[in-house]
Design a protein around this ligand. Structure first.
Ligand code: AVI
Length: 343
């Protein structure tokens, strides 16, 4: 996920990694970079001017943020990656058995396609793999590696923001399609965004489709809080890196030491929240604007929604999907959900 792609621990898979949120990575062309900078400035100005200050989590994933996210995934406290990989290993044969002959695997926000090898190994009947990611570099690297490892597979990468309008390549024409969206990234969308993404996946995958989604489940507050405030302080650095990025890219003068990392469980919204809390009254400049922070004032940087089997089924139903199967890991529990289009 340079929100783009959040790399995973090497031991999980020969070529480990996963990508993030419909959260966007940096695009490489100069024009796109300039556009991205303008969007970033606009989001910072509006987000820091709001009554409740907030920034979209996609901005976590510059190069440093992506490495910090990788490091988070390796911590003992952040169970999400570990549990999902273990679950995938346990159920991949069953997942693969439901994939039709000649089907095409479409991965949304594929990054380095780290978890994909588990599915590709178990489902030799796949005819093609369509990784979709905003980072052309990540796609090139992953595609070259997978082409070597799976010479029979047609690999047809698509450089795109998977939260936007998508068109699949010719390799997917006339073939059943299986979507893959691991990593609990669905939890980083608000409800409207999640429904919008699931609807667009429903449209792009077609009527013969299935969609495999990794979902984090509601659990005890202590486990959740530790995952988002790990004992090594990696998540705190990840959160504060956003301020460092603003300083570098938008001529900001944030003092990251003047903000505390806060992770809290919002039970009413069923989500973990991350905030940066101002340690004092202070004035900060960024993107040519000046912003006042009161002591104790929060900058809301991320939501990570946690689901029950029922709440996720309800969300999916709003987007035209039914749950055909759900597999749940050992504790701390995460789920892999198989969705099918509503009949
Ligand atoms: C990428 N995403 C699924 C992570 C999550 O758990 O929401 C991002 C993250 N934020 C803090 N730790 C990890």
């Amino acid at each position: 996920m340079n929100l783009a792609s959040f790399p995973m621990p090497e031991q999980y898979c020969s070529s480990a990694e996963e990508t993030l949120l419909g959260l966007v990575r940096e695009a490489s062309p100069i024009d796109s970079q300039a556009d991205a900078r303008v969007s970033f400035a606009g989001d910072v100005i509006s987000g820091l001017s709001a009554r409740h200050k907030q920034l979209p989590p996609k901005y976590f994933y510059d190069a440093t943020g992506s490495h910090l996210f990788e490091a988070i995934c390796r911590t003992d406290d952040y169970y999400v990656t570990r549990s999902e990989i273990a679950l995938l290993r346990n159920v991949v044969a069953e997942l693969a058995a439901s994939i039709p002959d000649g089907a095409v695997l479409v991965e949304f926000g594929s990054g380095e396609s780290a978890k994909t090898c588990l599915l590709l190994d178990a489902a030799p009947q796949l005819s093609a793999y369509v990784p979709i990611d905003i980072s052309a570099d990540a796609l090139d690297e992953a595609s070259a590696r997978l082409a070597g490892d799976y010479p029979q597979l047609n690999i047809a990468p698509v450089v795109a923001d998977f939260t936007g309008q998508l068109r699949l390549p010719a390799a997917a024409d006339g073939r059943p399609r299986v979507g893959f969206f691991p990593g609990s990234t669905i939890g980083n969308f608000d409800k409207e965004g999640a429904v919008r993404f699931l609807r667009s996946a429903r449209q792009v995958l077609g009527d013969q489709a299935a969609l495999l989604v990794g979902v984090d489940l509601v659990k005890d507050e202590a486990t959740l809080s530790a995952a988002y405030d790990d004992s090594h302080g990696v998540t705190a650095r990840f959160n504060k890196n956003l301020l460092i990025r603003i300083n570098r890219e938008l001529s900001g003068d944030f003092d990251p030491e003047a903000f505390d990392h806060l992770a809290l469980w919002n039970v009413a919204e069923s989500r973990m929240e991350m905030h940066l809390v101002s340690c004092k009254d202070q004035i900060v400049n960024a993107a040519g604007h000046t912003f006042a922070f009161r002591s104790g004032e929060r900058l809301h940087t991320e939501n990570s929604y946690k689901f029950t089997a029922d709440s996720f089924a309800q969300l999916a139903a709003e987007a035209g999907w039914s749950v055909s199967n759900i597999w749940i890991s050992d504790e701390p529990r995460v789920a892999m959900v198989r969705l099918e289009p509503h009949p």
